[in-house]
Design a protein. Structure first.
Length: 360
């Protein structure tokens, strides 16, 4: 059931003997009394149901290069229409999009945007895909899945940028609707997750392993390295070992630079040397495709063949400068298959960022 502003959410149940409805979307299991909202803010109890309060409402739209998500192995060089809503089910003290994810004013932030409107805007702008980003799309799962189905019907792809904090049943539905995802692995310690995000590490690891092994969704990982918090050599070693052992050497890993934000303004930005050291460490551990983000470094942003070491995708910022892959994604030097979703030559969108207005 839906009205102009909300739709009945899925994945909740009534608590026996109590006037509580329990949201079962994520591991928080928020138990809501009359009128209460979950920590995510957008899932709210109305009467004897939980509703999604941001259905058909977004905080804004832009056309970005797909590499900005970041996805380096998915339709390189193409444009993606990016949007989010409001709220989040994590409480990251370092949130880079806190004006959106921590917003408690959905009406003032949001513009009306149906799945059909979004799909039309993406096609008109020449985008190859639509990305659910800026805030975590798992909290607006029903809306994201509806949009994904609409874009698939028009020949476009769906992309999720998520922290992966979701329970098994909705997780299956969510990733079945996605063609690609970048999942934030924010650290590799439970203490970091609990103290700095208000969440737990184990459910995130379960989500990552599920998405890589049990779905057709292409997955890349990102870790934001915060000085003194999650950038130690021992933690990087443990993270790389887990990725290698549980996911395999071909899953791309991005190390991204922290910039002071939200409630962590007292820490310095991540030094470039820290990012490059983490990349070297992960590559030495056996990972084949490791990148740096928020740092202009062609060698560390480019892709290389795991078979012969040849440069197969050169990148300068978000601009593709070199191309050494066949139309079906094999190294032109040795024939080794490059992991990802490669469909013909790269796109030519480049580094542009273009605001988009959604109209009926």
């Amino acid at each position: 059931m839906r009205d102009d502003d909300s739709m009945t959410a899925r994945f909740w149940s009534a608590r026996p003997g109590e006037d509580r409805l329990v949201c079962e979307l994520c591991p928080r299991f928020c138990a809501l009394g009359p009128g209460q909202r979950g920590l995510c803010f957008v899932r709210k109890r109305e009467g004897q149901r939980i509703v999604l309060d941001t259905w058909n409402r977004s905080s804004g739209f832009c056309i970005d290069p797909i590499e900005k998500k970041p996805l380096n192995h998915f339709l390189p060089g193409t444009a993606v229409l990016s949007f989010g809503t409001a709220g989040c089910n994590l409480a990251c003290k370092f949130c880079q999009n806190h004006d959106i994810s921590k917003s408690r004013e959905t009406a003032s932030l949001s513009q009306h945007a149906t799945a059909a409107m979004i799909t039309t805007a993406a096609r008109n702008a020449g985008a190859a895909s639509v990305a659910f980003t800026y805030n975590d799309p798992v909290i607006f799962l029903e809306y994201a899945v509806e949009v994904a189905e609409a874009v698939h019907a028009r020949g476009l792809r769906s992309v999720a940028v998520t922290a992966g904090y979701i329970t098994p049943a909705p997780r299956a539905e969510f990733f079945a609707a996605m063609d690609a995802a970048n999942i934030d692995l924010k650290a590799f310690s439970e203490s970091f997750y609990w103290k700095l995000t208000g969440a737990h590490l184990a459910p995130v690891l379960e989500t990552i392993e599920y998405a890589v092994k049990e779905t057709r969704c292409w997955v890349e990982l990102t870790t934001l390295l915060i000085p003194g918090q999650n950038d130690g050599e021992a933690e990087i070693a443990a993270l790389a070992e887990w990725v290698l052992d549980r996911l395999g050497p071909g899953v791309p890993l991005h190390f991204s630079a922290f910039h002071p934000a939200y409630r962590m303004l007292d820490l310095p930005p991540t030094p470039p040397a820290t990012l490059l050291r983490a990349r070297d460490q992960a590559r030495a551990a056996g990972l084949q495709h490791v990148y740096v983000g928020n740092l202009r470094d062609k060698a560390a942003q480019s892709s290389y063949c795991a078979g012969c070491g040849a440069l197969v995708i050169g990148r300068e910022g978000y601009q593709i400068s070199d191309w050494g892959l066949s139309a079906d994604g094999h190294c032109q030097s040795c024939g080794t298959r490059f992991p990802g979703r490669i469909e013909g030559p790269p796109g030519t969108w480049g580094p542009r960022r273009q605001p988009v207005r959604i109209v009926p």
